[in-house]
Each structure stands twice: as C-alpha cells, then as structure tokens.
Design a protein around this ligand. Structure first.
Ligand code: ZN
Length: 125
C-alpha cells in the first residue's frame, strides 16, 4: 500500500515536470534546449504560437497580393495595354489592399501595373 502511493506521487511529479517543460518550450519558441529560433524581419511573434500566427498572416498577405495581381491583369486594357489607375479598380474589397500583418496599404504602381507589400520582410511577396 505504501509503495503504491509513493509510485503515484513520482508519476504525478514526472507528469507535472513534462507539462512545465512543454509550456516553457512553447513560450520561449524553442530557444531553450539549444533549439535555434529565427527572428522575423519585423520582430513580431516571440513565442512559438505567435510565430505560427504571424506565419499564417504572411500567407494571407501572399494570397492577397496574388488576388490583387490577378485583378490588375483582368482590369488591364488588352487593346491599349493600360493598367488600372488605382488599386481599387480591381474591385476586390478593401481587405485585399493592405497587409494583414502591419496594416500598411499595398504600394501600387499604375505605370507598370505592379503591386507590392511595404511590410518589413514582405518585400519579395
Ligand atoms: Zn504584407
């Protein structure tokens, strides 16, 4: 009887330790235990969960830019080959015209028909 209660206490302590270890791992972003942790260019998302959230928003930014680029190619005059004068002429909706991470409006160049995100780290999107 006494040995059994001792074993369950050790089991409980081990379980609590594992939970603490896992929590620290997620909160520090895997930096402890020698895990290398890449910093984002904009410095957002310090924890593992935060990094995942911002990585998802990065993908939304890429998707927005693709949508806007398709909208621009649709709105481009095929005869005159003139690009839309404003990004709003793509008629996608305002949520497509700014970065979901930093909320900066996208930079549209009507002379070349190119659009890009001014957010730090999104230059190549
Ligand atoms: Zn962006």
């Amino acid at each position: 009887m006494k040995a059994t209660s001792g074993n369950s206490l050790i089991g409980l302590l081990v379980a609590v330790f594992i939970v603490i270890l896992a929590s620290v791992f997620f909160v520090t972003g895997g930096k402890f235990l020698g895990g290398e942790s890449k910093e984002r260019a904009d410095g957002k998302g310090k924890t593992l969960i935060g990094k995942s959230l911002y990585a998802a928003k990065d993908d939304v930014c890429i998707s927005n830019l693709n949508q806007v680029r398709q909208g621009i190619s649709i709105a481009t005059d095929p005869v005159e080959n003139t690009f839309p004068q404003t990004i709003e002429e793509t008629r996608l909706g305002t949520q497509f015209y700014s970065c979901p991470v930093g909320k900066e409006p996208y930079e549209y160049d009507p002379t070349t028909g190119t659009v890009k995100c001014p957010h730090k780290g999104h230059e190549k999107y």
